[in-house]
Ligand binder design. Structure first.
Ligand code: THU
Length: 128
C-alpha cells in the first residue's frame, strides 16, 4: 500500500463525512505496523462539541481491532491548501506511535510527510 493508494482510501472515506454544520469533509487513512489500513471520516453532531475528527475515528477503529502501533496517517479534506490535524488528534495519535509519519494533502492530492514529533514535540505523557 503506497502513499498514493492511502490518499485514495482517505478520499473515499471523506465521501462518508457527516458534516452538515461545517460542510468541511475530512478523510483519514491510518496504516498500522502489520500493514492493515483503517479509514475514518469526521462525524458532526447538532450538539457541536460531540463532533469527532476523521483521524480519531480511524485511530479508534484500529485500537478496537487490537492494532496499537501506528506508522502512517494520510489526511485529506475539501478545503483549500494542506489540511493539518488538530491538536487533540495529535495527542491521541502520540499515544500509539513512536515514529508516526503524518501525510497531509492539498486539494490536488499533492502531499508532504511530517513527523508527529515535529507537529507535537511535547506530547503529554504521564510516564507510565
Ligand atoms: N476536523 C477533522 O476531522 N480533523 C481535524 O484534524 C480538524 C477538524 C473536522 C471536525 C469538524 O467536523 C470539521 O473538521 C470542521 O472543524
Amino acid at each position: 500500500m503506497n502513499i498514493r493508494e492511502l490518499v485514495a482510501m482517505a478520499r473515499k472515506a471523506q465521501e462518508s463525512s457527516y458534516s452538515p454544520y461545517s460542510n468541511f469533509k475530512v478523510g483519514a487513512a491510518l496504516k498500522v505496523s502489520n500493514g492493515k489500513v483503517y479509514t475514518g471520516t469526521n462525524i458532526e453532531n447538532s450538539s457541536y462539541g460531540l463532533t469527532i475528527c476523521a483521524e480519531r475515528v480511524a485511530a479508534f477503529k484500529a485500537i478496537s481491532d487490537g492494532e496499537t502501533k501506528f506508522k502512517y496517517i494520510v489526511i485529506t479534506g475539501n478545503g483549500k491548501g494542506y489540511i493539518y490535524p488538530c491538536g487533540a488528534c495529535l495527542q491521541v495519535l502520540a499515544e500509539f506511535s513512536d515514529d508516526l509519519q503524518v501525510i497531509i494533502t492539498d486539494e490536488n492530492n499533492n502531499y508532504k510527510a511530517l513527523g508527529l514529533h515535529d507537529l507535537l514535540p511535547r506530547a503529554f505523557k504521564t510516564g507510565q
